[in-house]
Ligand binder design. Structure first.
Ligand code: DAH
Length: 340
């Protein structure tokens, strides 16, 4: 077969294909044109391609080159036709043809919402605000003074064990290690260092502990710390505040229980339990601020006393909404988050 003949067939075919694609006014016609010209088995382009074997050997490279060029042209024409039809299907294009109908339902916009823990934090701030507590903030990366020493936790205390904490290799030094704070009690110290008594603050934020995640543990969680320093503060004040807080957040019928306990920074210390499904569940710790802590920040324990508490925010939110697995908060599954 002569080269000229082959090229002629090719050109004719390309013209026909381009014209067919351009003439298509709906996806169906375009698809049948595609099958006619570009079909993998019996397409007309395929048929011409097969003829290439009959072209004289010396002319074959030229034939191949021309074939590729035309194939490209046909492919482009097809892509352009498809883009044109796709665009025609869009609402923008339709609205040009059809008059605007204001009675049609609009396009709904899906609004996001704040994370349940963020919502809880906002609500806790609001409740404690009504009881006269201001919000204080502290850093999540802490030094040993604020996380331990000033809180009366000596170097040999097990709470300082590297296995119980996230010490940071990128910050601090061997002499002055830094860590992700393991409790928000750090903020008590930071506030008292800068504020003369009386003090009445809460601090809400993240704390970190190398716990294995399960239904009630997560290596990162949130606490609400509270601190009240004044003259003649008693444990009755502490219990009243925690009870008022609980009835505001959890409902009027919630019961509160103190269990004797130990924390280095309070004396005496208690665990705070609230009732949940007829069971006593621990929500945090509390106590009267230890005189050593008051001294560490330069207060005079003969002049002022106070109470402190630390409650788990996730647990409060879980009790309120009957959530039974803390991991749900951090899976980022919108089907869960959407419910709050
Ligand atoms: N920081 C304690 C913890 O993380 C909780 C706590 C207990 C905070 C007693 C306090 C307190 O302020 O007085 O386990």
């Amino acid at each position: 077969m002569a080269l000229a003949e082959f090229l002629e067939d090719l050109d004719e075919l390309a013209d026909a294909a381009v014209a067919a694609f351009a003439a298509a006014t709906d996806p169906k016609t375009l698809e049948s044109a595609r099958i006619e010209f570009l079909g993998a088995k019996k397409g007309r382009l395929k048929t011409v391609q097969k003829k290439m074997g009959q072209v004289d050997k010396t002319d074959r490279p030229a034939a191949g080159k021309h074939f590729n060029q035309l194939k490209q042209r046909i492919d482009q024409a097809f892509a352009a036709a498809r883009a044109r039809l796709d665009q025609g299907a869009s609402p923008a294009r339709q609205s040009k043809k059809e008059p605007f109908d204001p009675t049609l339902p609009g396009m709904s916009v899906t609004l996001g919402r704040r994370h349940p823990i963020t919502q809880t934090i906002e609500e806790l701030k609001e409740i404690m605000g009504r009881l006269g507590f201001h919000v204080a903030d502290g850093p999540e990366i802490e030094d040993a003074w604020h996380n331990f020493e000033a809180l009366n936790i000596p170097p040999e205390h097990p709470a300082r064990d590297p296995l119980e904490n996230f010490y940071l290799s990128v910050a601090g030094s061997n002499d002055e290690p830094m860590l992700l704070r393991s409790q928000t009690s750090t903020v008590q110290i930071r506030v008292m260092e800068h504020t003369p008594p009386p003090v009445r603050i809460i601090s809400l934020g993240r704390v970190y502990r190398p716990d294995t995640a399960d239904a009630t543990h997560y290596p990162m969680f949130h606490q609400m710390e509270g601190l009240l320093i004044d003259t003649r503060v008693t444990m009755a004040d502490l219990k009243s505040v925690l009870r008022m807080f609980a009835t505001s957040y959890l409902g009027g019928d919630v019961h509160i229980r103190f269990r004797p306990s130990f924390f280095p920074f309070t004396e005496p210390s208690v665990e705070v339990d609230y009732q949940w499904n007829d069971q006593w569940i621990e929500f945090g710790g509390a106590g009267m601020v230890d005189p050593n802590v008051l001294e560490a920040v330069g207060y005079d324990p003969e002049q002022v006393t106070g109470f402190a508490f630390g409650l788990g925010v996730e647990r409060l939110c879980m009790r309120r909404h009957n959530i039974t697995d803390i991991r749900e908060f951090y899976k980022n599954d919108v089907r869960f988050l959407h419910q709050f």
